[in-house]
Design a protein around this ligand. Structure first.
Ligand code: DQA
Length: 144
């Protein structure tokens, strides 16, 4: 099984950005964590981060025909991007939305998720573990 792990803007600043919300571990540590559990689970993973909406759209498009599913943390684009929603719908790959923080307990502008409308499941507030939960869910979902 091949999964694309896609991360949006400012997630490359993990460890530096608002540590009280996002923790003190770096983006490199997140990549290591994802590679680690994918290895254990027999998942072939591709991990990609961009601060640019169009680049994220292209990464989703490029997954078509190559990947079995997508784990996506669109970061701030979660709450603004119809383009990312449309890209997820276009490829119609099973996708799971992940947020490190519990967005449901944060500002009102974070209460809408466009990308989430094209996702089969959302994990928010589990920190790094949310990515693993998403991969486990997809493994189960795709296996059916
Ligand atoms: C985030 C939550 C978003 O609201 C925010 O814009 C982010 C990160 C999270 O992982 O908790 O950049 O997606």
């Amino acid at each position: 099984m091949k999964l694309l792990f896609l991360n949006g803007p400012n997630l490359n600043m993990l460890g530096i950005r608002e540590p009280d919300i996002y923790g003190r571990q770096t983006y490199a540590a997140l990549e290591d964590y994802i590679r680690g559990f994918c290895g254990e689970m027999g998942i072939d993973c591709e991990i990609f981060q961009s601060n640019h909406e169009g680049v994220l759209v292209e990464a989703i498009q490029n997954a078509y025909g190559k990947m079995d599913g997508i784990v996506i943390n669109p970061a701030a684009y979660t709450h603004t991007s119809v383009a990312i929603l449309d890209a997820l719908k276009a490829v119609s790959l099973p996708a799971v939305e992940v947020h490190l923080s519990d967005v449901s307990q944060r500002e009102s502008f974070r209460q809408i998720s466009y990308a989430g409308m094209a996702c089969v499941k959302t994990y928010a507030g589990y920190g790094f573990k949310g990515y693993r939960l998403a991969a486990e869910y997809l493994k189960e979902h795709i296996g059916k």
